[in-house]
Design a protein around this ligand. Structure first.
Ligand SMILES: NC(=O)c1ccc[n+]([C@@H]2O[C@H](COP(=O)([O-])OP(=O)(O)OC[C@H]3O[C@@H](n4cnc5c(N)ncnc54)[C@H](OP(=O)(O)O)[C@@H]3O)[C@@H](O)[C@H]2O)c1
Length: 333
């Protein structure tokens, strides 16, 4: 059965059908099984010890990829790895990294690029919505550090492995919450605002989507594509901890983690999305990145976002190619 574009878009536009398990169940009926391009290839998934990251790791291992699970708690990560390996028979390996800590990201990138020459897909899935205002090890607002600056640095520092692995893909797990926020390029850390977990989270998720578009522009023609996506609403430990009230009300409608992770694994391993770059996806279809004009950013603000990410991470695209192997191309902030 082929789901008409109009029905699909109507479900998306009215939010609840599109974001909930209803959207997944209806849309999946039109999906044709395709051979994965990942057999025997290396993929890296951050935040793979829980929720969507764990489910994505399992789907990717099931598709024949060698999965590198990046976790901040090695013991928990090993338990999850063993369970996935038992279920899929796939090869998985655990790496430790706190993605909010730029030094930890630097250490991961150094060991990873030394050991894994060719990377087929880098999945930025780790994410957080801290309940109160906190700062990372380097003093960056923690939501931005975890969801944006750490992943930006990780991409930069392992570009060499992605280049060696072309065709390769960078996938950013954003959120439908980003529709509520425009980019504040003048105050990326929202220092001038009272702390509001949902607003700060949604702003960081808006940054992720714009950055994915900027990576696509900067890497055009390189064989590395960039894709952002949102998973809809999935019942994960993260959702349970950060939005218990929302979960109580919506529980019967929530997707499973596996349903939420489907498009992550599809973006990493299906031929079709590899023919594009810079799009924003949900349930295997490109989606608009704005619902109202008020959230649209200017070209100058987009550039400013990129420059702020370079400044805060200490990594710049100009310095990247020669330095990844010998220290990572970071300079002091
Ligand atoms: N669930 C949803 O409905 C939904 C909707 C929209 C977007 N998302 C996005 O989907 C992604 C996954 O979320 P989830 O719902 O699966 O949440 P989750 O169950 O809390 O999983 C988040 C993962 O990220 C890891 N993580 C958090 N901070 C980290 C850090 N500083 N360094 C390394 N790893 C870190 C966590 O590690 P621990 O296991 O150690 O905690 C966990 O493995 C996030 O980016 C989230 O924003 C989810």
């Amino acid at each position: 059965m082929n789901l008409s574009g109009a029905i699909d878009r109507a479900m998306d536009w009215t939010v609840v059908p599109g974001f909930s398990r209803i959207g997944y169940e209806v849309r999946r009926r039109s999906w044709e099984p395709q051979p994965s391009v990942l057999e025997g290839r290396d993929v890296l998934v951050t935040g793979a010890s829980s929720g969507l990251g764990e489910a994505a790791a399992e789907l990717l291992a099931g598709a024949g990829a060698r999965v590198h699970m990046v976790v901040r708690n090695l013991e928990k990560g090993e338990d999850v790895r063993a369970a996935i390996s038992e279920r899929t028979g796939g090869g998985l390996r655990v790496w430790r990294c706190d993605v909010s800590d730029l030094d930890s990201v630097g250490e991961l990138a150094r060991s990873f690029t030394a050991e894994v020459g060719e990377l087929a897909a880098l999945v930025h899935n780790a994410g957080a919505m801290p309940p109160k205002r906190e700062r990372s090890a380097q003093g960056i607002e923690l939501t931005l550090a975890t969801n944006v600056i750490g992943p930006f640095l990780l991409t930069g520092l392992i570009l060499s492995s992605l280049r060696s692995g072309v065709p390769s893909r960078i996938i950013s797990v954003s959120s439908g919450g980003m529709y509520t926020q425009g980019l504040n390029a003048e105050d990326l850390q929202l220092a001038g605002r009272d702390y509001d977990p949902s607003r700060f989270y949604a702003h960081s998720k808006r940054c992720e989507v714009i950055l994915s578009e900027l990576w696509a522009e900067r890497l055009a023609g390189s064989g590395i594509s960039a894709h952002a996506m949102h998973p809809g609403w999935a019942d994960t430990p993260g959702l349970q901890a950060s939005m218990p009230g929302f979960r109580r009300v919506t529980k019967p409608l929530l997707r499973s983690a596996r349903q939420g992770a489907d498009t992550i694994a599809w973006l990493a391993g299906d031929e079709q999305p590899g023919r594009s770059s810079g799009l924003f996806w949900q349930d295997r279809r490109p989606r608009p990145t704005h619902r109202t004009r008020s959230t649209k950013e200017s070209e100058a603000d987009r550039e400013r976002l990129w420059q702020e990410c370079e400044r805060l991470s200490g990594w710049s695209i100009g310095a990247s190619e020669t330095s990844a192997a010998n220290g990572g191309g970071r300079t002091a902030r």
